[in-house]
Write a protein that binds this ligand. Structure first.
Ligand SMILES: [Zn+2]
Length: 432
C-alpha cells in the first residue's frame, strides 16, 4: 500500500491546510442572494455559483467533479487501479450541505464540504490514493429554508425523495419542479441521483457542534453517536379571565399560574435525566397569555413544548409523565387542557463501529472526548438509514450557529482535518 504512506497529516500539514479551509469558507460566504448577509438557498443562482466554485477548486487539483440530478455537487479522488478491483470500486463519502438559513453563518454546512475537499486536493497533489473512491458531496438543501422541507439533497441520494415534493412552493410561489428547471435540472430525473448504498463503506459528516459542550470541555472535537429524535406540541390551557381587583384569589382559574408551575416541572424532569444513558432535553420556548392585560387575570395560555433524546422511549416516558401532570393539575383547577402534536421525528443512531473508531482517533490525537448526541438535524440522518454513517463535531464559539457570529478556530479546523485523514486511512487499512 505504497499509496497510503502519506495519507496521515502532520501537525504542520493540517495547520497549513486549515488556512485554506478557512479561506474557502470565507469565499463561499460571499455567495449570497441577499446583500450584506449570508443567505444561500436551494436551487438559486447562488446555489449554482457555490457548486461551480467547488468544482473549480476541485479542477485545480485534477479531481473529478459533477453535479447530480438533485443539484448536489460531487468531487472525487478516484480509487487506485487494482487488478483485482471489482468492476465498480467501493466509495467512502464525506460531506455536508452548502445551503444556509437567511442571515446564517459561514461554517454550518460548508465546513463539512470544503474541509474534506481541501483534504482531497492535498491527497491528489501528494499522489495519495485509496482502494476506494474518496468522494465529497455538498448537499444543495439541508436547512429546508426555501421549500419548507428539510434534507432534500441527502434524501435524493438515499432514494428517499418523495414525488409530492415537486409541488412544494417557495415564498414567491415558485414550485420546486420549476426551480429545478430554472436551475438546469429535470424533476422527473431526481431518482437518478440515488447512489448504490451497497458500495458505500462509510459516510462521515463533519459539522460545527452548534452547542457549547466542546467549549465547556476545552476539546476541539468529538464523535457523534446519534441525532436526537424530537417531538413538538402546541399546548392550550383555558381558564377564566377576570378583573385583577375584584376576583378573590381563592376563586380564580388562572391558567398562567398552572402553566408556570408546569414549566418548572418540565425543566426539573428533563434535568433529572442528565446523568442517565439517554438524557432528555425539553424546552417551553413560546408562551402567549390572553388577554394579556396588566389588570386582567389570564383566561388562556398557549405554549409550545419541544422534547428530544437519542432514545425515543426515554423521551416519550418523560413526555407522558409531563402530559399527565398538566392534565391532572388542569382538572383540579377546572381548566381545559389540550395537547396538539405538531412534529414527531425518531432518533437516528450513528453506526456503532464507525463512531467507535472515530472516537478512538479523536482520543488518540486530542485526548478523551466522549461522543456527543446531536440535538439538531443533519444530512447524516438520511445517510444513516442506508449506509454506515457517523459525524464529527467541531467546537464553535459560544455554541452559536444559524447566526453571522458563527465562529471556529483555525486550529480546530486543523484538528478536524487530521482526524478525517486518519479516519479514511483506517478504513483503507481495514479494506485491504
Ligand atoms: Zn448544518
Amino acid at each position: 500500500m505504497a499509496t497510503l504512506i502519506n495519507s496521515l497529516l502532520s501537525h504542520e500539514q493540517s495547520a497549513h491546510l486549515a488556512e485554506q479551509v478557512m479561506a474557502y469558507c470565507d469565499e463561499l460566504a460571499h455567495i449570497s442572494q441577499t446583500l450584506g448577509i449570508i443567505d444561500r438557498r436551494y436551487l438559486t443562482p447562488e446555489h449554482k455559483q457555490a457548486n461551480d466554485k467547488l468544482a473549480q477548486w476541485a479542477a485545480q487539483s485534477q479531481l473529478q467533479h459533477w453535479e447530480d440530478e438533485a443539484g448536489n455537487q460531487w468531487i472525487r479522488l478516484p480509487a487506485q487501479q487494482q487488478d483485482n478491483l471489482p468492476h465498480e470500486a467501493p466509495r467512502v463519502i464525506m460531506g455536508s450541505h452548502t445551503d444556509s438559513v437567511p442571515d446564517g453563518g459561514r461554517y454550518d454546512g460548508p465546513l463539512g464540504v470544503v474541509g474534506p475537499l481541501v483534504l482531497l486536493k492535498h491527497f491528489a497533489e501528494s499522489r495519495v490514493q485509496f482502494p476506494f473512491h474518496l468522494d465529497v458531496v455538498g448537499f444543495g438543501d439541508e436547512e429546508g429554508t426555501r421549500f419548507g422541507s428539510t434534507l432534500l439533497g441527502s434524501s435524493a441520494i438515499c432514494g428517499m425523495w418523495q414525488s409530492r415534493w415537486r409541488e412544494l412552493t417557495d415564498e414567491n410561489g415558485v414550485s420546486l419542479a420549476q426551480a429545478m428547471y430554472d436551475f438546469g435540472l429535470d424533476v422527473s430525473k431526481v431518482s437518478e441521483a440515488q447512489i448504490d448504498s451497497s458500495r458505500v463503506l462509510a459516510y462521515l459528516e463533519t459539522h460545527i457542534e452548534q452547542g457549547p459542550v466542546l467549549e465547556e470541555r476545552g476539546k476541539p472535537l468529538a464523535a457523534v453517536k446519534g441525532i436526537a429524535g424530537a417531538r413538538r406540541f402546541n399546548i392550550t390551557l383555558k381558564g377564566q379571565a377576570g378583573h385583577a381587583g375584584t376576583v378573590p384569589m381563592v376563586l380564580r382559574h388562572d391558567p398562567l399560574v398552572i402553566a408556570s408551575h408546569w414549566i418548572t416541572q418540565v425543566q426539573q424532569m428533563a434535568t433529572a435525566t442528565s446523568d442517565s444513558e439517554f438524557p432528555v432535553v425539553a424546552t417551553v420556548g413560546r408562551l402567549e397569555v390572553r388577554p394579556g392585560a396588566v389588570n386582567v387575570v389570564p383566561g388562556e395560555v398557549r405554549m409550545s413544548l419541544d422534547i428530544r433524546s437519542l432514545s425515543d422511549e426515554a423521551r416519550d416516558a418523560v413526555f407522558d409523565s409531563l402530559q399527565e401532570l398538566l392534565e391532572v393539575e388542569a382538572a383540579f383547577h377546572q381548566l381545559e387542557c389540550q395537547f396538539e402534536p405538531t412534529h414527531n421525528a425518531s432518533a437516528v443512531s450513528c453506526n456503532d463501529e464507525m463512531t467507535r473508531s472515530l472516537n478512538q482517533l479523536v482520543t488518540h490525537y486530542f485526548g478523551d472526548s466522549a461522543p456527543l448526541v446531536s440535538g439538531a438535524g443533519h444530512d447524516a440522518m438520511a445517510l444513516a438509514m442506508r449506509v454506515p454513517a457517523t459525524m464529527l463535531f467541531v467546537r464553535c464559539k459560544g455554541g452559536v450557529s444559524h447566526h453571522p457570529d458563527e465562529s471556529i478556530m483555525t486550529s480546530d479546523a486543523a484538528a478536524a482535518l487530521q482526524v478525517m485523514a486518519a479516519f479514511v486511512t483506517d478504513i483503507a487499512r481495514k479494506a485491504t
